[in-house]
Design a protein around this ligand. Structure first.
Ligand SMILES: Cc1ncc(COP(=O)(O)O)c(C=O)c1O
Length: 383
């Protein structure tokens, strides 16, 4: 059934359907559907040769339409960074949703417990008191939650710090009636962007070796792990080939932003931001797509047509480039930019302008935008 959100976004942006990609009101977020489909198909084909399954991370895209394409291509479910993303995915009919992150704080814990009445939700835990809160909330809501113990495999973010801590947490979980332990998660984020592939392989193997020890210690204590979840775009083919790992959490492969660049071959850029030259003086051009329109984390965006110009800087509403006589852009012209970082770009927009053969064919909502729930709880928007 069409969601309330989708209807609202179609009302707001639907006039763009049928327009050419370079004629849109800017800044506009453009999704090249053919390219995204190819990225999804390529990943599905590569993963079919490996022991692990694919559970794509959808915090990058926040789109149920893309998630459905990934599921149709063989993904076993999705993972999310927030409880709100998980609720959106679950209500859209994705059957097995993992929040690959801790959920803490009363409002979010209660929302998770409520949502678990409607769909299968799994959440990462690394702390016994947080687990107890989750279990209490689920019991009160009349639901149950599945959990993965998050293990720190070298990144130093979430996760129990040792096998002893994992076993002790598993023992505490066994006493919590509304939780069921499915296994472990060990995200090797510190390996993801290592440019030297041999070093990346070494680091990822070391991370998974640690995860393997934890899995063994848990088994010896009577806790078999049916799920061992790990990996991202930069390590999907290393971690996915490891027989220990049952599922890979890659997400950025769908868009391949500048940050991920050419780390892994076979994927192409599917996401751009269209901007307009709003100011031109001498050799300086200024596009209207500043950092309120495009993610500049980690690496600065570049222009698709002129990749050799480095931006001077991105102000809130201004992207400044110093150009030379190779640049044919004039005041009022549009130009596409490759985001530095896709997740923080997507999060700024209401919708994707979905483009095929240079023309907008659809408008896909980005839900939930921003860090919060964006009204998804109040509006019953997905059914
Ligand atoms: C826990 C977890 N899993 C998977 C990913 C996906 O990584 P990528 O977008 O590089 O594929 C991330 C990204 O930050 C993450 O935090």
């Amino acid at each position: 059934m069409t969601s309330v959100f989708r209807e609202r976004m179609l009302a707001a942006y639907g006039a763009a359907i049928g327009q050419k990609r370079d004629e849109l009101v800017t800044p506009a977020l453009i999704l090249d559907l053919d390219v995204a489909r190819r990225n999804i198909a390529f990943m599905a084909e590569r993963m079919s040769t490996m022991p692990a399954s694919l559970r794509p991370h959808v915090k990058v895209q926040k789109s149920t339409e893309l998630a459905r394409l990934q599921i149709e291509a063989g993904a076993i479910g999705v993972c999310t960074a927030t409880v709100w993303e998980a609720i959106v995915m679950s209500r859209a009919g994705i059957e097995d949703v993992l929040i690959a992150n801790e959920v803490c704080g009363q409002g979010k814990v209660m929302a998770l417990a409520e949502a678990a009445k409607e769909g299968r939700l799994t959440v990462a835990v690394d702390d016994a008191s947080n687990a107890a809160d989750l279990s209490d909330a689920a019991s009160a809501a009349g639901s149950s939650l599945e959990v993965l113990i998050e293990v720190d495999v070298g990144m130093g973010r979430g996760g129990v710090r040792s096998a002893e801590e994992a076993v002790s947490l598993a023992q505490r979980l066994a006493g919590l009636s509304a939780l069921r332990l499915r296994g472990v998660q060990g995200y090797e984020g510190h390996c993801m962007l290592e440019p030297d592939r041999d070093v990346r392989i070494q680091k990822a193997h070391a991370a998974m070796a640690h995860l393997g020890e934890v899995v063994e210690r848990l088994a010896a204590a009577g806790f078999e792990c049916e799920v061992v979840s790990a990996g991202g775009t930069g390590t999907y083919d290393i971690t996915g080939a490891n027989p220990l790992v049952t599922e890979v959490q890659a997400g950025s492969y769908v868009f391949m932003d500048k940050f991920h660049g050419n780390l892994v071959p076979g994927f192409s850029r599917a996401l751009t931001v269209l901007g307009t030259v709003m100011i031109q003086h001498g050799d300086t051009i200024v596009l209207d797509s500043g950092r309120k329109s495009i993610g500049i984390d980690f690496v600065l965006p570049t222009m698709v047509e002129y990749p050799f110009y480095q931006a001077r800087y991105f102000a809130e509403e201004h992207a400044l480039f110093d150009v030379d006589d190779r640049c044919r852009l004039k005041l009022g012209d549009t130009a596409e930019l490759v985001p530095g970082y896709a997740p923080s770009t997507v999060n700024l927009y209401d919708v994707y302008h979905v483009v095929e053969d240079g023309v907008v064919v659809d408008i896909w909502p980005i839900i939930p935008r921003g860090p919060g729930h964006g009204g998804i709880l109040q509006e019953g928007h997905m059914r």
